[in-house]
Ligand binder design. Sequence first.
Ligand code: NAI
Length: 381
Amino acid sequence: MKEIIGVIGAGTMGSGIAQVAAQFGHEVILVDANADQLDRAKSSLEKTLTKLVEKEKISAAEKIEISSKIRYATDLNELTFANLVIEAIVEDITIKHTVFKTLELIVADDCILASNTSSLSIASIGSVLNNASRVVGIHFFNPAPLMPLVEIIPAVQTTEETLTKSVELIKSWKKTVVVCKDTPGFIVNRVARPFYGEALRIYDEGIADFATIDWAMTHIGGFKMGPFTLMDYIGNDVNYAVTESVFQAFYYDPRFKPSFTQKRHREAGFLGRKSGRGYYNYAEGSILPTPTEDMELGTKIFNRILCMLINEAFDAVFMQVAKAEDVDLAMTKGVNYPKGLLQWAKEIGYDKVLEQMEALFAEYGEDRYRPNPLLRRFARG
Ligand code: NAI
């Protein structure tokens, strides 16, 4: 008998998670406080499934089967028989606390209570439960049906049993699972910070413009998208909020310091593609700026950003956030990096990466550029 899955929040993430669970044969109850949102989620799922049928990814019969697996509800009481509930509502700790407290009174004692939060601590979410041993973070990436990575985060209260059951279940949905410590940004949103932050810093110092930095990272670095194109895609409001929350959560560690340039873009409403203008102008007829295709400059930019990313990946391993192989898996499967950062460091030579970090640290004298002790150890061999 397949587990019954409850999903709370029928927005971007919740509806995607519900789709995945239904595709893997679970009965799903998708709950949202807003009935209109449930209607939107239902019609958007219908469209998605129709496209999958057209592309011959699923049959027409499978489409009917998947659709019939999902029940839509506005009342949390519908979750009585759920074995796992994944919460994907608004990122607000007070609202999440209210939902988790109510939920605990509805579900069975052995129902796992998970949150898809990106930035809140799982320990704090679980703190309102009488039995917090069943709380866990199950963090999908957007779009949930397509992105293979799921970060699973045990809180200090979580039992081994809750963790094992969660890992097995999410693996059965053919997802790549990485387990990580309950620390700000988990793996991906922590390790990826320099991709944006160092690119903005390079721009702020006047070393290169947006287009040239993007060109360096895609053309020389092999990344699918440059940092400014990606920030415009994610939205400067969303990306800035993540940076700021990671910065604050790390007790204002300068490694994660946000940029005024991004803040001003956000304040001006230059949010990216969704507002028609971000670092680039997306208005009809506008031409994207051309980069300065200077290999020497581009290589310098790419090396600086890559070394900062590698240093951050080493820090995640050093601080036991996750195993080295999971950090590499997370970055390749969660954000499509061309290579795992630790593998990349190995290929470049740990001593070379350290040399670059030391040069940056010597040049700027800022704690932001301090080489990680584990990188030093690896460089010593
Ligand atoms: P969203 O804004 O698209 O959807 C949230 C939904 O929750 C809305 O439909 C809203 O009506 C509903 N809701 C709000 N309060 C509720 C309540 N008390 N009871 C029931 N339903 C309620 O949000 P999104 O983007 O799907 O994010 C949801 C969660 O997933 C957040 O915790 C976010 O940090 C996390 N997340 C978001 C990602 C993204 O790229 N959007 C990626 C990974 C995690």
